[in-house]
Design a protein around this ligand. Structure first.
Ligand SMILES: *Cc1c(COP(=O)(O)O)cnc(C)c1O
Length: 388
């Protein structure tokens, strides 16, 4: 352990504050570290391993494709790419998909599309995009500009021009920006993840959708974290009864390999044409084969289980000793604790569970199929950890 820490510190860029823990093996919701300890995983590599470590169906889908073709350029067709696109369209009602390799890239694609849509229809000066304060949309210079948190911005200015930030759940602040600026799109996370696991109000999300429809402004939902079954629906916007013009997703879609998707509806499907956008790795057949094995399992039965497990967590922790509040949707949960979250986190890790944090909260993103008995065990440890 000391050796790997030393080597990593010497050779890997200093951008991550890692815990002193080396994960060497895992199965489902159990992670094993190099010192032989087992942990109940509640973070899924930040919402990525949707069915846990080395899930059998995912592994065999990936292996099967690896023995055929690992990569080809986007000059040629591959079956997994078009199959996954078809599957996503059928499940969402969207019309076309652009594949990228990460969440930030999926958002870049959405932003480029929104700008081109408005430029074609209304003129070049309609390039501004409204996002929300406390949002998170990625780490590229443009998606940082979209991210409504000043502390991410300050070291890297000037960022891409044209992003305005409204307040979450304050529809007047959105209206005000729309009335006074030339806006091409509004981009929201239905549940703000990095911002502290805060679900937007139903009234607000519907209001934003209405404003978009009335002003021919595109509604982009960033489902990078909330997507792919995480909130108890296939995509989080489905909890709100709205129809976005563009959906972006990544994280859980790949089940562990890098993939992002930007989905277009009727209105936006033909905005990007030949040569307008591209990606060398986008639509990689191995990543797509894995993603198909994830999406095909997110059916009504699984989503119902996600909702029940969510209810169990909310019921167990709401009002528990040392718990100020429980927020979120589905298996995307934030826990505000009386004790500093660092202390709670340290207790959790010492006692064999691996949650995440978001701002000052404990954050849970367990596997969608985490067995109930492991979840019960984990919730007991969280209760102990929070106790005053
Ligand atoms: C993680 C995240 C991103 C960025 O995704 P990357 O794959 O890290 O580029 C964007 N938006 C949201 C809502 C996220 O949670």
């Amino acid at each position: 352990m000391a050796k790997i820490i030393e080597k990593d510190n010497q050779f890997v860029a200093n951008t991550y504050a890692r815990f002193p823990l080396e994960i060497v093996d895992g199965k489902g919701s159990i992670a094993k570290s190099s010192d032989g300890k087992e942990y109940i995983d509640l973070g899924t590599g930040i919402g990525v391993t949707a069915f846990g470590y080395c899930d059998e169906r995912w592994v065999s889908a990936v292996k099967e494709q690896l023995d055929k073709v690992q990569h080809t350029s986007n000059l040629y067709y591959t079956q997994p790419c078009s199959d996954l696109a078809e599957m996503l369209c059928e499940r969402t009602g969207m019309k076309k998909i652009f594949f990228s390799n990460s969440g930030a890239e999926a958002n870049e694609c959405a932003i480029k599309t929104a700008r081109k849509y408005a430029q074609d229809k209304k003129g070049e000066d309609y390039y501004k995009i409204i996002t929300l304060n406390n949002s998170f949309h990625g780490r590229t210079i443009t998606t940082l500009a979209a991210t409504g948190q000043e502390h991410f911005h300050k070291l890297f200015k000037p960022l891409t021009d044209g992003f305005l930030h409204a307040d979450a759940n304050d529809i007047e602040s959105v209206k005000n920006l729309v009335d006074n600026n030339k806006i091409c799109a509004i981009m929201i996370e239905c549940v703000q993840g990095e911002g502290g696991v805060v679900a937007l109000d139903d009234f607000f999300v519907k209001g934003v959708w209405e404003i978009c429809q009335n002003n021919d402004i595109l509604l982009i939902v960033d489902e990078v974290q909330t997507g792919n079954g995480r909130t108890g629906e296939l995509y989080a916007y489905m909890n709100y009864g709205i129809s976005p013009d563009i959906i972006t997703t990544a994280k859980g879609l790949g089940g562990g390999l890098p993939i992002g998707a930007c989905m277009f509806n009727e209105k936006t499907q033909n905005v990007l044409g030949f040569g307008d956008h591209g990606s060398t790795f986008g639509g990689n057949p191995v990543a797509c084969a894995g993603a198909i094995s994830i999406i095909e399992r997110i059916d009504d039965k699984l989503l119902e289980e996600v909702k029940q497990k969510s209810k169990f967590i909310f019921d167990s922790l709401s009002g528990a000793d040392g718990v100020k509040s429980v927020s979120g949707k589905g298996l995307m949960i934030g826990i505000e604790t009386v004790k500093p979250v660092k202390e709670v986190m340290a207790y959790c890790m010492q006692n064999g569970i691996l949650p995440l944090t978001a701002k000052t909260k404990l954050r849970l993103l367990p596997a969608l199929n985490i067995p109930m008995e492991l979840l019960k065990k984990a919730v007991e440890i969280i209760k102990q950890a929070c106790k005053n």
